[in-house]
Structures are given as C-alpha cells and as structure tokens.
Design a protein around this ligand. Structure first.
Ligand code: ZN
Ligand code: ZN
Length: 276
C-alpha cells in the first residue's frame, strides 16, 4: 500500500475496512456496556430504581454484572434493549445485597445454561433461593479468570465483602464495581496489584459515597487521580455530591438505565439506548 493510502486509512487513529469488504456487516466493538438498571435513567424510556445491573459484551462473550433490585423492571429493560436472556453466557454478582442480586434468579429461569458466580460468603438465603430455581452458583473464594481477559478480584474484605470485574481491553483495564462497600480506593489498589497495572482506563459503578463528608470525598477523588484512573462513570449509590466532584475531575460522564458505553479502536463513546 502506498504511503498516501496508508495515511488516509489511519487518519484520526481510525482504521477503515478496505472497500472490498465495505458491504459486510459492521464489525462489533471490542466492548459494549449497557446499563440495565440504575438509580437514574439515561432517558425517559427507562425507569430509575434503586440498584444496579449492567450487560457487558466483550470479544464475543456476554456477561451480566449484577441484577438490580426489581426483577420485573430488569426484564422489562432487557426487552426494551432487545436483549434475550438466553444470550447471556455468565452472570457475576458483586455482593450479597438484594439491590444487586434479586433479579438473577428470574434471569436464570429464562436461561438455565448461564454460569453464575456468587461469593462463597453469600448467606444461606441467597443459596436457598438459588436451589429453588435449580441454580448451582459457582462459589468465588479468590481471584480468578472468568474467560480470556476477564477477571474477578475475588472477595475484597468489607461490609459485606465484594468482588469487582476487570476487563483487560486494548485500551487498558476496565473495572466495574457494584457498591464498593470495601471502599473504592482499596478496590482499585487491589485490582491494580492483581493485574500488575498502574492505571485504569475506565472505572464504572456505585461508589457508596452518599453519606461521606465532602472533605473525605475530595481525598478519594484525588487518590483516584493519583492511581491514574482516566475515566470515571459514577452510578447507583455514588451520591449527588460525589458524582459532581468526580465529574469535575474526570469529565461529565454518568451511567443511568438505558445508557450504552462503547469502546472501539481508540474511542470511547457514550450513547443512549434506544438512540434518540
Ligand atoms: Zn450494597
Ligand atoms: Zn447497592
């Protein structure tokens, strides 16, 4: 290929498909995260409700991260996004609280082939409810790899203990958390040590700073910056003040039910589903 052509193809850091393939189906992005359930809604077609759930499409695999506090609303939102529960390969529940766990049994009934990950420390009630739908969750006792490039931190000590999901993408580490009960700084530090990384490309989830004093939030925001977290998407239980403070440092990003976050090539894009 001539220099000129090569330069045209890589202009703006984007590599286009050669003309001969131009009619083919658009290649899927490396990563797409869709917010299924959140305390806020990204548009009026979705309902806000206390809890968190996200659907992650990463390199051809589909993972459900947490499952919200209202199973009917979760399934309704999935339907609106045209997501078939049967298409989910694995489900990852960050911690035992109802607002992250309640929907999983309902989704499992629609897709009994789905692999489910609970922390080993989840109480008897969580496993009893699993028995009732003939679900045998994998009991997470330590860090592990769910599939190539996708990791659990394993339980991080807190009230209650919690696991975070880590994706090793071509742009760096993407970290997704439920409520951050162990403390978001401790969780980020654990993730970086485990994955031997000194930065985080994107951190998404609930940070549990609803009742935290402004001075303390400021320290947390500064520490995240020091830990080279490049982009933060506050969700769920982060709280309004902490969200404002995070946005003033990391950019005006937010989650909300109905939001889609797409990573392709060198870009990260935030869309709202259905597209307006
Ligand atoms: Zn919680
Ligand atoms: Zn929560």
């Amino acid at each position: 290929m001539s220099n000129f052509h090569w330069r045209c193809l890589t202009l703006f850091g984007l590599v286009f498909i050669p003309m001969s393939n131009a009619q083919d189906v658009k290649p899927k992005p490396e990563l797409e995260i869709r917010i299924l359930f959140d305390n806020t809604a990204a548009n009026k077609d979705f309902t806000r409700s206390w809890g968190f759930a996200a659907l992650i499409d990463f390199r051809g695999k589909r993972i459900l991260f947490d499952s919200g506090g209202d199973p009917i609303l979760l399934l309704e939102h999935m339907e609106k996004m045209k997501i078939d529960p049967k298409s989910i390969d694995e489900a990852f529940i960050s911690h035992v609280h109802d607002d992250h766990r309640r929907g999983i049994y309902w989704v499992f009934e629609k897709n009994p082939k789905m692999k489910v990950y609970f922390l080993d420390s989840f109480g008897i009630e969580a496993f009893k409810a699993a028995d009732q739908v003939k679900m045998k969750p994998n009991r997470v006792k330590g860090p592990f790899e769910l599939m190539p490039g996708v990791f659990s931190t394993g339980p991080i000590e807190g009230l209650p203990p919690e696991q975070a999901l880590l994706l090793e993408t071509s742009q760096g580490l993407v970290m997704i958390v439920g409520c951050s009960h162990p403390g978001i700084i401790k969780m980020v530090e654990t993730a970086q040590t485990q994955r031997k990384k000194d930065s985080i490309r994107m951190l998404l989830g609930g940070f549990h700073l609803l009742k935290t004093e402004p001075e303390q939030i400021r320290k947390i925001v500064n520490r995240l910056d020091e830990l080279k977290v490049k982009l933060v998407v506050p969700a769920h239980c982060t709280g309004d003040l902490a969200t404002d403070m995070l946005q003033s440092v990391f950019g005006k990003y937010s989650a909300g039910a109905g939001r889609s976050i797409v990573m392709e090539e060198k870009r990260l894009e935030f869309r709202t589903v259905p597209l307006k």
